[in-house]
Ligand binder design. Structure first.
Ligand code: DGJ
Length: 691
């Protein structure tokens, strides 16, 4: 990675990983001059010329503003909106200085009593992190402060890919022509949301899974967010994104520095698959805290017993989970307070003495004795009104004067922006982890935010930001105090999956929808932005509560083996034959695991349109292909599944059958997958290169 500064032209050239990003400050306004394939240093000065003369009805969207402001002819929705005490608006950019610190660049600008700094960091993965900060010398009101704006190359056409969904139906990939005007994606829910994820990709409409140029961005923020993609009538596109939703307003205090979250971007010339692989690599290498570890196969009690959690009911499951080969036993909701259902108990974080008469110790000991790690469910940001905590501290929840406190799932959100609330949470969590031999925490978060604020507070919208920062700080503090404990991020499924939370959790819960048939699509969508190493996948009982589909145990295990495998079914209801079969699948997964969790992923086909799809993972001389057949009938063409990137003259051994294949044969005829059924079938192929 290198950063070269041209003092005469006032340009900075960040380069590395085959890429160049050039920013210049010609007329005071910081502008993106180039983002794409590496360019020679000598070509940089020529980038500083204006693309074309503006005319009086035009706007400056085409000038590549690094943060679109409000002053001058800039008519698209601004990235930065400020109001000064005298009524003046906006930020008038005056370049002050720059700082280069290794791979990081900071460009500072002044206006009135403000210092605004744009930050850049280019990683070896080709990902560019951008964020911004304002140092306020005097009070200033903020209504929008995005992390960065990105300008795309000038193409004839544009297509937007994004992920949308709902509870139990997250990760639906949408690929749509980009409208002229402004397309807004976001969450006003206080969390990242099930409904939209901040990951986007933009191409010119011709990229495929394996070819073409794709630009992609993702925001490291776990609260409300907004990403606005602006396509001008003249055909220029820029993307601005940051924390917070439309309508928020807060005041920077004199002496305060406000820093935005990181907005990361990358470009790939290997199509959508290449963009995904770059994100996977980046998140594993630089974001997820323990991606180099093998994530254990876990058992989770939720779907087996729901709220019927007790030592007596868990102990038989411990034996069964160990018998099938699980490596971690996680007790889900229902172990604490008076949590007999979701009506009560959140906030009262001590074991229920009727259910665990001797505390958690005997169960934890049994789990450890069975050779497994022990995990426990918590939901620390929430409180049920029917709890001792709420009775003692009704003022600890987000609320607004004179407004009803909305309950969702009979719970409210604690206001972590209050130091006493964050301290309380750290206190009991630290004690829980200190007093018990807990190896893993599933951290849940089961409702969006409403009535955010604090009665009587004159700057109540800050609570949105403070909550997220406090959750990050709390997880960070716990991780430092308990370095061996691993955390699973969960939010009623995937309402909080983004690169921000991924700095503090080791894996995430992909969706409450554990139906294997639905999971083929859900996992396909998830993989656009996030790696298999982070993707929790359970095998549960069918017919599932979601769509009453029934598939074979084999199909369910093989679909879940595409991520971090877990068992979530009621093992006490499984027959001896099913338990034996489960043990075989788990043992196969353990052989696949290094390739699946740490390999490079290639998607083979799109389950939206293809009845036969697969995921190919490559690590060193090993390839694992997990292939899935969704409903098929004989007049639907079924082309063979072909591997990605295998040399014709290479030779491969099937690690399960010992048969050997030429790369050329696999490419020409497709993978030798053995099918047993027309619908909802699956196959796993493990190949090793013959040296
Ligand atoms: C929502 C989670 O996504 C589920 O897995 C389970 O933990 C429940 N919450 C428990 O209330």
């Amino acid at each position: 990675m290198s950063i070269r500064f041209d003092e005469a032209a006032l340009t900075w050239h960040l380069s590395g990983a085959g890429l160049s990003y050039v920013v210049g400050v010609g007329d005071g306004l910081p502008r993106q001059l180039h983002w794409g394939p590496a360019i020679p240093e000598g070509a940089v000065p020529a980038l500083t010329r204006e693309w074309r003369e503006g005319y009086s009805f035009d706007d400056r969207l085409h000038t590549g503003a690094e943060l679109l402001g409000e002053l001058g002819p800039q008519f698209a929705t601004p990235s930065l909106q400020l109001r000064h005490p005298d009524g003046a608006k906006g930020f008038d950019w005056h370049y002050r200085d720059h700082e280069i610190d290794g791979d990081a660049l900071a460009l500072s600008f002044t206006d009135r009593d403000l210092v605004l700094t744009l930050h850049y960091r280019l990683w070896d993965t080709g990902v560019l992190d951008r964020w911004a900060s304002i140092e306020a010398g005097a009070a200033v009101e903020v209504t929008r402060f995005d992390s960065a704006a990105w300008t795309l190359p000038h193409w004839a056409d544009y297509r937007l890919s994004h992920l949308s969904g709902e509870w139990a139906g997250e990760w639906q990939l949408r690929r749509v022509p980009l409208a002229v005007g402004e397309t807004v994606l976001g969450s006003r829910r206080g969390n990242t949301s099930h409904q939209a994820n901040p990951w986007i990709a933009v191409d010119d409409g011709t990229a495929t899974e394996t070819t073409g140029t794709v630009y992609s961005a993702n925001l490291a923020w776990s609260g409300s967010w907004r990403v606005q993609i602006r396509r001008s009538a003249q055909g220029r596109v820029s993307v601005t994104g940051g924390a917070g939703q439309e309508g928020l307003r807060w005041t920077l205090r004199p002496g305060e520095t406000w820093t935005t979250p990181v907005y990361s971007g990358l470009c790939s010339d290997e199509g959508f698959g290449g963009a995904s692989r770059a994100w996977h690599e980046h998140l594993r290498r630089h974001v997820l805290p323990t991606a180099e570890e093998d994530a254990p196969v876990l058992f989770n009690s939720w779907e087996a017993v729901f709220f019927e959690v007790s030592e007596e009911k868990q102990l038989p499951l411990v034996d069964l989970a160990a018998r099938v080969g699980c490596e971690q036993f996680v007790v889900d909701d229902g172990w604490f307070g008076r949590r007999l259902s979701d009506d009560a108990g959140l906030g009262d974080w001590w074991h229920n003495p009727d259910r665990f008469p001797n505390g958690l110790g005997p169960l934890i000991d049994a789990v450890h004795k069975a050779g497994m790690k022990f995990g426990i469910w918590v939901e620390p940001e929430m409180v049920n009104p029917d709890s001792d905590l709420y009775r003692a501290h009704p003022d600890w929840v987000h609320s607004q004067a004179g407004r009803e406190r909305t309950q969702l799932r009979q719970q409210m959100v604690l206001d972590y922006g209050r130091p006493e609330v964050a301290d309380w949470a750290f206190g009991w969590l630290d004690k829980l982890l200190g007093d018990n031999a807990i190896d893993f925490v599933k951290w849940d978060h089961n409702r969006p935010f409403t009535e955010v604020g604090r009665a009587g507070d004159d700057d109540p919208d800050r609570a949105y930001f403070e909550h997220v920062e406090a959750v990050y700080a709390l997880k960070d503090r716990l991780r430092r105090n308990h370095p061996d404990v691993r955390i699973e991020g969960c939010a009623g499924g995937a309402a909080r999956v983004d690169p921000g939370i991924l700095r503090y959790v080791d894996q995430v819960w992909t969706s409450d929808n554990t139906d294997a048939g639905d999971r083929v699509n859900i996992q396909y969508g998830f993989s656009q932005a996030y790696p298999a190493r982070a993707m929790g996948a359970w095998v549960t009982d069918e017919p599932s509560g979601f769509n009453h589909r029934t598939t074979s145990l084999r199909f369910r295990f093989q679909v879940a083996s595409a991520g971090v495998l877990a068992v979530g079914g009621d093992l006490s209801e499984w027959s001896e034959a099913e338990l034996d079969e489960a043990a075989e699948h788990i043992s196969l997964y353990k052989r696949l695991r290094p390739v699946v969790q740490h390999g490079v992923q290639h998607r083979l086909g799109d389950p939206e349109s293809d009845p036969l799809t697969g995921v190919q993972y490559v690590r060193g001389d090993q390839i694992a292909v997990l292939a899935f057949k969704t409903p098929w009938h004989c007049n639907r063409p079924l082309a063979p599944l072909r591997p990605f990137g295998i040399d014709a003259d290479s030779r491969w051994t099937d690690e399960d059958t010992g048969e050997t294949y030429w790369g050329a044969t696999l490419n020409a005829l497709g993978l030798p997958l053995r099918w047993a059924k027309a619908d909802w079938d699956s196959a796993i192929l493990r190949l090793r290169k013959v040296q």
